[in-house]
Design a protein around this ligand. Structure first.
Ligand SMILES: [Zn+2]
Length: 454
């Protein structure tokens, strides 16, 4: 640690995790109507992983209000992101109170979660200008290489008919194999995974430093030996747009650090093309509804203190513009004939093999899209939507779908679904006779299986 507390234009910086926590708590006190802090867990050495949330109703998911997150300091020796996120929290609070309309609109319509330090133990031992000390957590684990590798699962399945790239479960061997191999799931990784699973995030950014670049999934190369291979997701256009939103609003004049990277375009690059790893952003995209990009903020991993405020000025507009990007695309409910929301309904977009679930938010690029809603036991419903280029706000599209018992795909889907989410099926979907049969069959299979094991 090297930075000391300073007060450029009345904003505070931290030089330790406890100071960081103090600043977050102070901000929460100042803006108690629109913010709250909460812990998502503790680091290996027991430091709090503290989040500050901004929202018009802190602590509550409001229907059709999107949620987004910003994560700093995953590598403890790259603390610039954490510092900027501390500035951001204080800025959001102060500007809201002072009546800044843009910030008020943003907070009134978005739930913003900020985790300034994902790796506080690493941060505590990081020393100004001292190489890789503090990059890993206290167990010497690189957190960005500790998430389940779902990208390989997707690559393995890509030639199978009907393969998907969304909501991929965490393979059992993630927990067991890593233990056998002497590795483990870091408490910081586990806390963030739980967080991703418990909040319906739409958009996210994770902040690093050591270069000036915004990278987007996939992070893992589609070929095991292809170290710098362009490896796009089905949402490549959306990711490019999101990465561009940040890169174009960053006012830092100098470009990349050192020699330019193959495949980068004005500060934006596909993660795998930059260097293949299986990281946190691939996990967000493949396991949840959340789209995450990785922002590398500057050439210096640990810049001198006097450069911090400049860095905040360079990044302030980019941070706000990025949060606003949560509102691109379409949102709505998938309802039944009576206008009731259907839990577990999927929203698909033609040409993009990646579904989103309800109450849905679908980040999309401008243009014409064919959107389909489906749910087990319901007929599909399709709508054509046109998203204009200059779009201020998300287009609201509710899709009504009708119960359909003769649709064989729907019934198959319901069998599959019933086996894993019985309580949801029973409470949210009207169950008619033939469905009920399937439900019973699945239940009995499950019971037998259960008996055998116990
Ligand atoms: Zn890093």
């Amino acid at each position: 640690m090297a930075w000391i507390k300073t007060d450029p234009e009345k904003m505070e910086l931290s030089d330790s995790t406890s100071q960081m926590i103090d600043i977050l708590k102070k901000t929460e006190d100042q803006c108690s109507d629109i913010s709250r802090t909460y812990s998502i867990g503790r680091s290996t050495e027991g430091r709090e992983l503290l989040v500050i949330e901004f929202s018009s109703s802190p602590g509550e998911h409001q229907l059709l209000e999107p949620e987004m997150k910003l994560v700093g300091n995953m590598h403890g020796n790259e603390p610039l992101g954490g510092q900027l996120l501390l500035y951001l929290a204080q800025y959001l609070c102060a500007e809201y109170l002072q009546g800044n309309e843009r910030i008020q609109t943003l907070i009134n319509n978005t739930r913003i979660h900020i985790l300034p330090s994902m790796n506080p133990d690493g941060y505590e031992v990081a020393v100004y200008g001292y190489g890789n000390v503090g990059r890993n957590n206290a167990q010497n684990i690189d957190l960005n290489r500790n998430f389940p590798d779902l990208t390989t699962v997707v690559y393995r399945r890509r030639r199978q008919k009907g393969f998907r790239t969304d909501h991929i479960p965490i393979p059992d061997n993630y927990w067991f194999e890593s233990l056998n191999a002497g590795r483990q799931v870091a408490p910081e990784t586990y806390a963030v995974m739980k967080w991703i699973r418990s909040v319906p995030f739409v958009l996210s950014a994770s902040f690093h430093s050591g270069d000036r670049m915004v990278s987007y999934p996939y992070d893992l190369s589609k070929h095991p030996r292809g170290q710098n291979m362009f490896s796009p997701t089905p949402d490549d256009k959306v990711f490019k747009l999101l990465a561009r939103t940040y890169a174009d609003s960053n006012t830092a004049t100098s470009g990349e650090c050192g020699s330019p990277h193959d495949g980068s375009q004005k500060g934006v690059i596909n993660g795998a093309q930059w260097g293949s790893i299986s990281g946190m952003q691939d996990f967000n995209y493949l396991h949840s509804n959340c789209f995450e990009v990785t922002v590398s903020l500057g050439c210096d991993k640990f810049p001198p203190e006097e450069e911090l405020f400049l860095s905040w000025q360079d990044n302030q507009e980019a941070l706000i513009a990025f949060i606003e990007a949560t509102h691109r695309g379409i949102k709505g409910f998938v309802n039944d004939e009576e206008g009731k929301g259907i839990k577990g309904a999927r929203v698909s977009v033609r040409g993009i093999r990646h579904d989103i679930t309800t109450d849905y938010w679908r980040l999309l690029t401008p243009g014409i899209h064919i959107v389909t809603a489906s749910a087990p036991g319901y007929a599909r419903a399709t709508k054509k939507v046109h998203l204009p280029t200059r779009m201020q706000n998300c287009l609201k599209i509710n899709i009504n779908i009708k119960t359909c018992l003769n649709d064989s795909t729907a019934v198959t889907a319901s069998r599959f679904h019933a086996a894993i989410e019985i309580p949801l099926e029973l409470t949210h979907i009207k169950i008619k006779h033939n469905y009920y049969l399937y439900l019973l069959i699945d239940l009995s299979i499950n019971m037998r299986h259960y008996d055998k094991n116990t």
